[in-house]
Design a protein around this ligand. Structure first.
Ligand SMILES: Cc1cc2nc3c(=O)[nH]c(=O)nc-3n(C[C@H](O)[C@H](O)[C@H](O)COP(=O)(O)O)c2cc1C
Length: 215
């Protein structure tokens, strides 16, 4: 368990916290999170990122209905029919599925959302997200360091037009992630991941980099 200061403890325990209390999150903390976000790298330092801090339950609910529809039609069946990812047990995967379902039902009840957007024009290309996801990850780490919980969510993009209309985004602005934020109901713990030996190669792709062999 981290004391909230050791960087590597924070990184290893920044996992998705999908069960959140309704207690309000002070604006001063949201500001700290946003400041961590805008400390991130971004292409050419053009800072085309824009962030919405959403507390309006009606607006969150208008997005949640699409988020839930995407779960019912795509994500739920996919979870039910897929094997656990590397480093995750069968039971752990079932717990994750239950938590994903919980967040789906309660998405709009998180006391505050940060919606990460880019002023990226009408047809953003594949690299556009590289100028917003570093900020998103900085915010997730800051959220964790402050003892708050969140989850990087993008499922609303399966109904991009509908959800971005519900968010009230103007033309030429797109959303890249929604972070539902609140005080977590559960405890922080280590993330579940596979071993480096399976995914880190040296000079030849596919051949394990020796320092991580067996790790
Ligand atoms: C691009 C991306 C999109 C994601 N979208 C969602 C989402 O819409 N809903 C959700 O519950 N989790 C979402 N997640 C969270 C992942 O499911 C989660 O990070 C992964 O299962 C690992 O679990 P952990 O964060 O607890 O370590 C997303 C993560 C990423 C990186």
């Amino acid at each position: 368990m981290t004391d909230g200061t050791d960087f590597f403890d924070i990184v290893r325990t920044t996992r998705s916290m999908r069960r959140l209390k309704p207690d309000p999150v002070p604006d001063a903390l949201i500001r700290q999170i946003l400041e961590a976000g805008v400390s991130a790298a971004n292409g050419g330092n053009t800072q085309k990122w824009r962030f919405m801090v959403i507390k309006d339950t009606a607006k969150k609910k208008a997005v949640q209905v699409w988020y839930k529809k995407a779960f019912d039609e795509v994500v739920g069946p996919r979870y039910a029919n897929s094997a656990p990812p590397p480093g995750v047990t069968g039971d752990g995967y079932k717990r994750q599925h239950t938590a994903v379902e919980y967040l789906t039902e309660h998405y709009h009840e998180a006391p505050v959302w940060i919606v990460a957007c880019l002023e990226d024009g009408p047809n953003p290309n594949r690299s556009a997200g590289a100028s917003i996801y570093p900020a998103v990850q900085n915010m997730l780490l800051a959220i964790r360091a402050l003892g708050l919980g969140s989850t990087l969510t993008t499922r609303h993009l399966q109904f991009e037009k509908e959800t971005e209309a519900a968010l009230g985004l103007p033309p030429g602005v797109h959303s890249y992630a929604i972070l539902p934020i609140g005080y977590p109901m559960g405890k922080f713990g280590p993330v579940g991941r596979g071993t480096l030996a399976d995914i880190v190669f040296g000079d030849t792709y596919g051949e394990t980099w020796p320092p991580v062999a067996g790790a």
